[in-house]
Design a protein around this ligand. Structure first.
Ligand code: SME
Length: 160
C-alpha cells in the first residue's frame, strides 16, 4: 500500500471512495486483525478529523477497548450499555445525531456531540464495533453508515 494516506478533495462520498480503495489495498497485503484495525482507525480519523475513531472488541460479555485514535477512552462497556453496547445488542449500526438525546450514552469525552457505531462481523458473529465520535451534532448520516459498513466488512477477511 502507499506509504502515505491520500485524502481526496471534495464531498464526503468522494473522500470515502478514496479511503475505501486504500483500506482495501491494506487488507490485501496484511491479514492481522489488530494491525488493520489500528491503521483503519488512523486512516478514517485523518481523513475526516473526527474527535475519536476506534474499535471495541467483544470479550465475553463486554466490549474491550481496541486500537483507536483520539483522547483517552473507557476500556470496558457491558452488553447493551451505551451506544456501543446497544449496537452490539441490536446487531445493527446506530447513528446518534445528538448524544444528549441517547439514554445511557457513555460520555468518554465531554466534547462528543454525535456518534456512529458500526458492528464488525466475522463468520456471521459480532466480534467488535467501530465507534466514531464527532465534536458536532448531526455529523453522521446514511452516507457514513453505508461506507463504514462496507469498510468494516473488509476486516472480516482478517484474523487475530
Ligand atoms: N460513547 C460510547 C462510549 C465509547 S466512547 O465514545 C469512545 C458509548 O456510549 O457507548
Amino acid at each position: 500500500m502507499a506509504e502515505h494516506l491520500i485524502i481526496a478533495e471534495g464531498d464526503k462520498d468522494t473522500k470515502y471512495m478514496t479511503l475505501y480503495s486504500q483500506l482495501e489495498a491494506l487488507v490485501e497485503n496484511e491479514r492481522d486483525l489488530i494491525a488493520n484495525m489500528a491503521n483503519f482507525a488512523a486512516m478514517i480519523h485523518a481523513t475526516f478529523g473526527f474527535l475519536w475513531t476506534g474499535f471495541y472488541r467483544v470479550c465475553g460479555k463486554e466490549l474491550v477497548l481496541g486500537p483507536f485514535q483520539g483522547p483517552l477512552a473507557c476500556t470496558r462497556i457491558a452488553f447493551g450499555k451505551g451506544v456501543c453496547g446497544s449496537a452490539w445488542k441490536e446487531v445493527s449500526t446506530l447513528v446518534v445525531p445528538d448524544v444528549d438525546m441517547f439514554p445511557g450514552h457513555i460520555a468518554c469525552s465531554s466534547e462528543s456531540r454525535s456518534e456512529i457505531v458500526v458492528p464488525v462481523f466475522s463468520d456471521g458473529k459480532i466480534t467488535g464495533v467501530l465507534d466514531i465520535d464527532s465534536k458536532h451534532t448531526g455529523t453522521f448520516d446514511d452516507t457514513d453508515r453505508q461506507w463504514l459498513e462496507r469498510i468494516v466488512e473488509l476486516l472480516s477477511k482478517c484474523r487475530d
